[in-house]
Write a protein that binds this ligand. Structure first.
Ligand SMILES: Cc1cc2nc3c(=O)[nH]c(=O)nc-3n(C[C@H](O)[C@H](O)[C@H](O)COP(=O)(O)OP(=O)(O)OC[C@H]3O[C@@H](n4cnc5c(N)ncnc54)[C@H](O)[C@@H]3O)c2cc1C
Length: 317
């Protein structure tokens, strides 16, 4: 009993990045425990998903085909049965809307401890998890008192597993107790219009309060067009109603991991950084050299955005 079972996350027919990040985290954990890594994918086009999830380091992929979309009771029942069959030491669940829904129920039914929103894991001996508190201002380490644990992992904290694998794919048949199904997902609507998913973008041009006025956003859209980028923002821009909620990056917005993140007139408050620190290259444009964003930027442009952005637009056009 030293194996790891990671659960894939999907929505509207597509696997989410955190599924591949969970494979990386799960493989690292399994290497430490000397066990195997299994992946479970429940509902949706499970055969296609299983092929996509066949990444380096995965030993077995279990598919459960009991519907198209997420269902709390189906997930809870399927995972409880799968856990009993596979007998892993650790159950890794994405800390996503769905994961948050079923992980506590599965842990309760299995009588296991649950550690949520984990950003670091070590299992050489007792399981030690790292969690952030107070909006990322403090990091805590939690040693878990228990041999078997359910863990939810935060997205964008581990790199996504990319190399192809050679896993065994098995269909897992589970008798779902239909009478215990108490809720059904009837639809899905992205908050704030759902026109764009900023977490999919390769290049983000992100705007903050330094833009001063709604009409100045035109400059940001022009730069994004010139770069073929997507526009995102800090929270005050969304609070002011200048951009929809689905454009907000941060703790109460979305976590993004683009190749390039250009932060324009954004100070870099911890709640904002929590959503973009996984970007590969960070460019910051800010008049304040001491703004926290300048410390984490790969390229820090200490200047007025109203001078820099037009110059960049001209260059890129
Ligand atoms: C529970 C909670 C959750 C939160 N969640 C989020 C979240 O998800 N996302 C988020 O972003 N925030 C979030 N916040 C808010 C967060 O604390 C900050 O208030 C917010 O990120 C600040 O946004 P900003 O950087 O755009 O504005 P400011 O902090 O006001 O920074 C504006 C920056 O623009 C610069 N600037 C001004 N003029 C110019 C110019 N002409 N050229 C260049 N630079 C200029 C300034 O030097 C400054 O650094 C949350 C807060 C709480 C309490």
């Amino acid at each position: 009993m030293s194996d790891v079972l990671a659960v894939a996350d999907h929505r509207q027919g597509a696997l989410r990045d955190v599924s591949f990040e969970a494979i990386t985290a799960g493989r690292e954990l399994a290497d430490e425990t000397g066990g195997e890594l299994h992946v479970a994918v429940i509902n949706g086009p499970v055969e296609t998903f299983a092929t996509e999830l066949d990444r380096d380091g995965v030993d077995t992929i279990y598919t459960v085909d009991e519907g198209e979309e997420f269902n709390h009771d189906v997930y809870t029942q399927a995972l409880t049965h799968l856990y009993d069959t596979v007998s892993p030491q650790y159950l890794l669940v994405p800390h996503s809307v769905n994961g948050l829904d079923y992980a506590p129920a599965v842990a309760t039914q299995l009588g296991l401890p649950l550690v949520t929103d984990v950003v670091g894991l070590e299992a050489e001996g007792a399981l030690v998890t790292t969690r952030e508190m107070y909006g990322g201002k403090v990091e805590t380490t939690v040693e878990v008192d228990g041999d078997e644990v359910v863990i939810t992992i935060r997205g964008a904290e581990w790199p996504a597993s990319e190399d192809p694998g050679n896993a065994t794919i098995e269909s897992f048949d589970v008798e779902i107790d239909e009478s215990a199904i108490g809720s059904t997902v009837t639809g899905f609507e992205e908050v704030g219009g759902g026109d764009v998913d900023i977490s999919d973008a390769d290049v983000l041009v992100s705007v903050g309060r330094g833009i001063e006025d709604e009409e100045n956003l035109e400059l940001i859209h022009e730069l994004a067009d010139a770069l073929g980028a997507t526009v995102s923002s800090s929270r005050p821009i969304v609070d002011a109603g200048w951009l929809p909620k689905n454009r907000q990056v941060g703790q109460s917005g979305k976590v993004v991991t683009p190749e390039v993140y250009i932060a324009i007139g954004i100070s870099g408050a911890v709640q904002h950084v929590a959503g973009m620190k996984g970007a590969k290259t960070i460019v910051a444009i800010n008049t304040d050299p001491n703004a926290p964003i300048m410390d984490i930027a790969d390229y820090a442009i200490h200047d007025d955005l109203f001078d820099v952005v037009p110059a960049l637009i001209e260059q890129f056009q």
